[in-house]
Design a protein around this ligand. Structure first.
Ligand code: C2E
Ligand code: MG
Ligand code: MG
Length: 742
């Protein structure tokens, strides 16, 4: 029993050993199998490098942002058939040959045949995935030369394909371009005869609106293989071998479907340039239209704003009842006018209706308003809108800025404006005579320099109060003497044009002599005015006024012309003379070239320039030396003699003598003879004369009244003289009778 038990135990032991051995053998087999499997280093993922922007073969799907295309889809199917999981990566290298040297790709697409990498490594390619037909594209329907003489353009990414083409057509010249747009540019410029690419690409590219002028030449030129490639290494060989299995499993139906998916079934995607090409003109027109609309809108906004501002201005600057200026508007208007016409004689009146309250209370407010409106309208009709103004500055108070013309004008105003106002109610059968109290303030030069309308009105109001207190309805001046002055100024300014026309202004001549030779050498033209109202006027009475009023040029032009007429007449009579004319400092302005004026005059009257001497007063040179000097230079260059008048009378500086290029100095004796020590005068005159002589300038002394002055001047070397001692200024007829010898 025990033995049977031992035998059984032995048997059990053997059985255990056997099962252990079996397990060991099976495990070993599994391990061996696992080791055997690990001899294949391939895993199932495959990184495929592909070019981009070669729609429809390789491109980015704009919706999914994934790499897609005929080449991509076929490769994915073939690789899938071979059990690979593929990842496509955009090739950053310029050429396939460069990409072969990048170890991060497992395979690269597309190869026609195996090529060497840039670094010289051999490559291995898969079986053909598809046939790609290559065709030519030309600009328009242009015929191209035979293939062997053809110059074609290709994309540089097709460099490997270009090599195949070169083998097929050795005579063909190929130029590579980096982009399709450059290819097309070269084709259009005639640099190449045609472009070469696969037909699938053309079918896509030609949908681009800008390429509508390009034509695919119908006959396929040749087909090119489309293979995957990788460096020729054992690993590469294994990948290609496995890929080939997948490629073999690709059916033609699958190929057709994929090609259709990316060609006929896929619409061309417009990019910005396409839209611009297609709709650019319309877009431009729309933009232009929008700009025009915008401009019109802006214009309207500006017009509305202006209208609004004008409305506001009207409201603040005009009196709604009468339509004349309000106080505010009147103040502004007066300021503008005084700045614009700084030399016009003006008065400012303050007018007040006596007992206006009574009118309102007894005749009614409306009657009062009517009266104000009537007065305003009468005044407005009487005033010049251009340079006068009226404002209703308060209830029944009107202010008027008016030119001073003459006493007659005042009387006319009384008759035309005031009288109808006085009679306003009487004319309506109401027994009430309106009385107006007027205070007048005459503006002084200071009022133009420092414009203070309120102050002027205050002064006019003071005069108005005087009238009011006197219980007489009339007018009073605040400053009657100023009124006389203003009137006189007005009488000069306003009468000038008529005076010139009527011959009231005459040119007189004062002979100039050489005291040594005792000959009359010339004359100075001096004007005189036989004024209709004021009697005979001398230059000092009106030259300054005309200068201030900006009218002196009118007078001088008249004098110069008259002098030239006289010179012309004397020339005709064989009595050639020389005359000096005066030029005011105001005649010389940036915008007025008096040298041209003088030249025209001597041409008109057939004179020579040396017959006219031009006198410019010394002070003018001090005030505006630059312009005066250039004018002097111009006059002298035209042959006129220029003289510095009144030397010594003003603020002459000796420095001026050096700077100013005049021909003759006219020494003013008045400043010496007026007062003082005659010995000192002699010393001064002697030294001035010596200095002028030494400077090489000519000289004449004016204001010579006595024989001893003449003798003295001669003794110190100043023989040219002008003065009452010889002759006073005289009318032209008298001057014509003056003997040439004194
Ligand atoms: P002016 O050019 O210095 O002219 C000389 C002034 O001195 C003249 O005064 C003349 O009559 C006066 N005169 C001449 N000899 C004597 C004399 O011995 N003693 C005295 N006391 N005076 C003498 P008039 O004609 O009154 O002219 C005064 C100024 O008016 C001129 O001074 C000149 O600057 C200016 N003038 C005269 N006519 C014209 C003109 O047609 N146009 C311009 N712009 N100014 C003129
Ligand atoms: Mg003079
Ligand atoms: Mg003088």
């Amino acid at each position: 029993m025990r033995r049977r038990f031992i035998i059984m135990k032995e048997k059990r032991k053997k059985k255990k050993l056997c099962s252990f051995l079996l397990c060991f053998v099976m495990l070993s087999a599994l391990v061996i199998q696992a080791f055997a499997d690990s001899e294949v280093p391939l895993n199932d993922s495959l990184t495929v490098g592909v070019p981009l922007n070669r729609s429809p073969i390789f491109y980015i799907n704009a919706d999914t942002n994934e790499i897609t295309g005929i080449g991509v889809d076929l490769m994915r199917i073939a690789a899938g058939n071979a059990g690979f999981e593929v990842t496509f990566r955009p090739m950053t290298e310029k050429t396939l040959k460069d990409a072969l040297d990048n170890p991060s790709y497992d395979v690269i697409l597309p190869f026609g045949s195996a090529v060497e990498s840039t670094s010289g490594k051999p490559s291995i390619v898969s079986e053909n995935i598809m046939q790609t037909p290559f065709t030519l594209m030309t600009a328009g329907s242009k015929t191209h030369p035979p293939l062997n003489d053809l110059h074609v353009g290709m994309l540089s990414s097709l460099a490997a394909g270009a090599e195949t083409v070169r083998q097929l057509y050795p005579g063909m010249e190929i130029t590579l371009y980096s982009s399709m747009s450059e290819c097309v540019k070269a084709l259009r410029a005639g640099e190449v005869d045609a472009l070469l690419h696969n037909s699938y690409v053309w079918s896509y590219v030609l949908q681009k609106p800008a390429y509508r002028d390009l034509t695919v030449q119908p006959q396929a030129m040749f087909s090119m293989d489309f293979r995957a490639g990788t460096p020729d290494t054992p690993e590469g060989q294994r990948i290609i071998a496995r890929l080939n299995e997948g490629i073999q499993a690709l059916t033609d139906t699958q190929r057709q479907a994929v090609i259709l998916d990316h060609t006929s079934r896929k619409l061309y995607r417009y990019d910005f340039s396409d839209y611009f090409y297609q709709y650019g003109l319309i877009a431009l027109l729309i933009v232009l239209l929008l700009i025009i609309l915008l401009l019109i809108a802006m214009q309207r906004v500006r017009a509305v704003r202006k209208w609004h501002e004008e409305k506001v201005r009207q409201m603040t600057e005009y009196d709604p009842l009468t339509g004349v200026y309000s106080m505010n508007g009147f103040r502004k208007r007066v300021e503008v006018l005084l700045r614009t016409f700084p030399d016009a004689p003006y008065f400012l009146s303050y007018n007040n209706i006596r007992d206006f309250k009574y009118i309102n209370d007894s005749l009614g407010r409306e009657a009062g308003d009517e009266l104000l409106r009537f007065w305003a309208s009468k005044s407005m009709k009487n005033l010049s809108e251009k340079d006068e103004a009226i404002g209703r500055i308060d209830a029944d108070h009107f202010a008027v800025l008016r030119h001073i013309v003459s006493e007659e004008r005042m009387r006319e105003d009384e008759q035309n404006v005031f009288a109808p106002v006085y009679n306003f109610f009487l004319n309506q059968g109401i027994n009430f005579r309106v009385q107006i109290c007027t205070g007048i303030y005459v503006l002084t030069p200071k009022d133009f320099r420092n414009i203070d309308v309120d102050h002027m009105l205050d002064l006019a109001r003071v005069a108005e109060k005087r009238v009011r207190d006197s219980r007489k309805g009339a007018f009073e001046f605040y400053n009657p003497d100023q009124w006389d002055k203003g009137k006189r100024i007005a009488e000069i300014i306003n009468y000038l044009p008529a005076a010139i026309k009527a011959g009231d202004i005459q040119v007189w001549y004062q002979p100039q002599v050489n005291y040594e030779t005792r000959m009359v050498t010339g004359a100075e033209a001096l004007c005189r005015w036989d004024h209709t109202k004021l009697g005979w006027l001398f230059p000092f009475d009106f030259i300054g006024t005309l200068e201030a009023a900006g009218l002196i040029f009118d007078l001088d032009c008249f004098v110069w012309e008259r002098v030239c007429q006289d010179l012309h007449r004397w020339n005709e009579q064989g009595k050639r003379k020389i005359v000096s004319v005066n030029v005011s400092r105001d005649d010389i302005r940036e915008d007025r070239d008096i040298s041209v004026h003088f030249q025209n005059l001597i041409q008109k009257y057939n004179l020579t320039p040396d017959q006219l001497h031009v006198e410019i007063t010394e002070t003018a040179y001090v005030e505006n030396s630059e312009l005066l000097i250039s004018t002097t230079e111009k006059l002298r260059s035209l042959g006129f003699q220029v003289e510095m008048d009144d030397f010594g009378s003003g603020y002459s500086s000796l420095h001026m003598l050096k700077e100013v290029p005049v021909d003759r100095i006219k020494l003013d004796l008045h400043f010496l003879t007026a007062s003082g020590d005659s010995e000192k005068c002699r010393i001064i005159v002697r030294n001035i004369t010596r200095m002028i002589n030494e400077l090489g300038m000519k000289m004449i002394a004016e204001g010579v009244e006595q024989a001893d002055q003449a003798e003295f001047l001669k003794s110190i070397g100043c023989a040219e003289m002008q003065g009452y001692y010889f002759y006073k200024p005289m009318p032209v007829q008298d001057y014509e009778n003056v003997n040439e010898r004194i």
